[in-house]
Design a protein around this ligand. Structure first.
Ligand code: XMP
Length: 529
């Protein structure tokens, strides 16, 4: 590997991905690997630096994650964080013990003389790790053990009220450790500290950029694919769109993108995807749109169990995709829009389980292909978006809110019919239009991360003009979330909701009531099914 790389050695910490993301924010490439990665393999990667993550264990327990002492002799700079700092102390002859007072959360942290640029005298050896960081700041702590005695050769560079060695270092051996977590945003100057480590201590140039990623990846894809044929399932979502465009740039017409319209897309979505990727679009690729709406509606008719519905949609999607693929004959490569969090979450070091939502229901079983290509497998979502912009993909596609693979199928409670799909599509289009307009006008301060209309299976009595109605209730939902694992209901101004209600009832036939879903996740989920 010739690119400058920082290896994040994962000891089971909850922030492993975050560390890699923070390093990449310094424009230095970082990869997460499990602590079980053999030293030989690590050496082969020739990293410019290594970061040990935190972890839930105590270093002195027999079966705690550990690593060979040889790593400290490589001369490669190492930064140990939390458990990683204790492991460094323990392995090098220091003493780790249960702290008399465990620290959790925001903690006042003071630099000691060696760490403190301000108090260190002219010509003294100041800590490069804390370069430019004031003598006192707040850090995020989460520990019950602590370093009671630093190993020989180390100097203590920071302390807290209860932690005598909140940071330590042996600059001669390029070994650095912090008990606190510089990667979390609650640690003041955390990003500066990581920047100091990767740029000033490891000597990285900070040249990891998305334009160079595109150039290099296109070159690599060309070498790998040669004259082969590539099949890509395109959903119109960010990941598969960016993967498709990268591949088209690399191998042009050798790529065929299959876009299955399962009839559960948002209003006009099928046409929008076709406008970008189809024959009149800006890319030189083979585009196949399969209009399979009626086939899906037929399979789903009368089914009201949420899990069965998901299963039917996933299964049918694969069948349609396979049939189209068969028409193409043997393909050499199947392209997937897998991204780095999928790789990390599916088990580091193990073969990556492709997340089912990339093509709705998993990998097709009956498609002949030799190999899978995953051009985005080392990128985080924000990087995928930057690549998308770099490639000239329209912004509305690049910054799309997430949309579930089973589409409106999980936003229509009870059985699915073409009529219900029409109602939810219309209502959703109005709602999104109004929310977007309110965001533009500044009426909504924090734009929701996901917002959509769903259809309840409730029908109720109403009156319109002089007539009695017995129609459906539409549910509006908007959530703010950073990870989609938990979410809060967004505080949409009442006036905006009222406008949506009026428009939906006036413009969408079959609706006579509009409700706003206030539920957070947990206890609710974001989607209704
Ligand atoms: P829930 O409803 O589980 O949703 O709170 C969390 C996030 O995941 C999306 N979601 C899906 N995405 N296939 C997908 O690609 C699915 O089957 C699926 N189900 C939920 C949902 O839109 C939200 O962003």
């Amino acid at each position: 590997m010739n690119q400058e790389t920082i290896v994040v050695l994962d000891f089971g910490g909850q922030y492993n991905q975050l560390i890699a993301r923070r390093v990449r924010e310094c424009e230095v490439y970082a990869e997460v690997h499990p602590y079980t990665m053999p030293l030989e393999k690590l050496k082969e990667m020739n990293p410019k630096g290594i970061i040990f993550t935190g972890g839930p264990n105590s270093v002195y327990l027999e079966d705690s994650p550990t690593y060979t002492e040889e790593i400290f002799k490589l001369g490669i700079p190492i930064l140990g964080i939390c458990y990683g700092s204790q492991l460094m102390a323990h392995k090098l002859g220091g003493r780790v013990a249960t702290a008399p007072v465990s620290e959790y959360g925001h903690t006042k942290t003071m630099l000691c003389d060696a760490g403190n640029a301000q108090s260190a005298g002219e010509g003294s050896h100041r800590s490069l790790l804390f370069d430019g960081i004031p003598g006192e700041f707040t850090t995020w702590m989460s520990h019950t053990d602590y370093i009671a005695e630093a190993p020989e050769g180390f100097r203590i560079t920071a302390r807290t009220e209860h932690c005598p060695a909140a940071a330590m270092e042996d600059p001669a051996r390029k070994l650095y450790a912090t008990q606190f977590h510089p990667e979390v945003m609650h640690t003041q100057y955390g990003q500066e500290l990581l920047r100091n480590f990767v740029l000033k201590i490891c000597g990285c140039s900070g040249s990891w950029r998305m334009d160079s990623f595109v150039e290099r990846t296109v070159q690599e894809l060309r070498e790998k694919i040669g004259n082969g044929r590539v099949l890509c399932g395109l959903s119109g979502g960010v990941d598969s769109s960016v993967a498709a465009v990268l591949l088209s740039k690399a191998v042009g017409k050798q790529l065929t993108c299959v876009f299955v319209d399962h009839g559960l897309l948002r209003k006009n979505e099928g046409d929008e995807v076709e406008a970008v990727f189809g024959p009149d679009g800006q890319y030189d690729l083979n585009f196949v749109r399969v209009n399979a709406q009626h086939r899906f509606y037929l399979k789903l008719a009368g089914e009201n169990d949420p899990e069965r519905k998901r299963h039917i949609i996933g299964e049918e999607f694969i069948r349609v995709f396979e049939e189209e693929a068969k028409k193409l004959g043997t393909v050499d490569f199947l392209a997937q829009g897998t991204i780095y969090p999928d790789v990390i979450e599916s088990g580091l070091g193990k073969s990556a389980v492709i997340k089912s939502h990339h093509n709705v229901g998993g990998l097709p079983e009956h498609v002949d292909f030799k190999e899978i290509v995953e051009p985005l497998r080392m990128l985080f979502k924000d990087e995928v978006r930057r690549v998308g912009l770099e490639l000239g993909i329209p912004e509305y596609l690049v910054f799309r809110q997430p949309f579930p693979g089973p589409g409106l199928g999980v936003r229509i409670i009870d059985d699915i019919t073409a009529e219900k799909v029409r109602i939810v599509q219309e209502a959703d289009a109005i709602y999104r239009e109004e929310v977007d307009a309110a965001v533009q006008r500044g009426e909504i301060q924090t734009p929701p991360n996901q917002y959509f209309a769903a259809l309840s299976n409730m029908r109720s009595v109403g009156v319109m003009g002089d007539f009695r109605t017995y129609d459906y209730a539409v549910v509006l939902r908007a959530v703010c979330t950073s990870d989609f694992m938990t979410a809060d209901c967004t505080d949409i101004p009442f006036a905006v909701l009222q406008r949506c209600m009026t428009r939906i009832i006036n413009e969408v036939k079959g609706v006579n009531r509009v409700m706003y879903d206030l539920t957070s996740k947990p206890p609710g989920t974001i989607e209704l099914e």
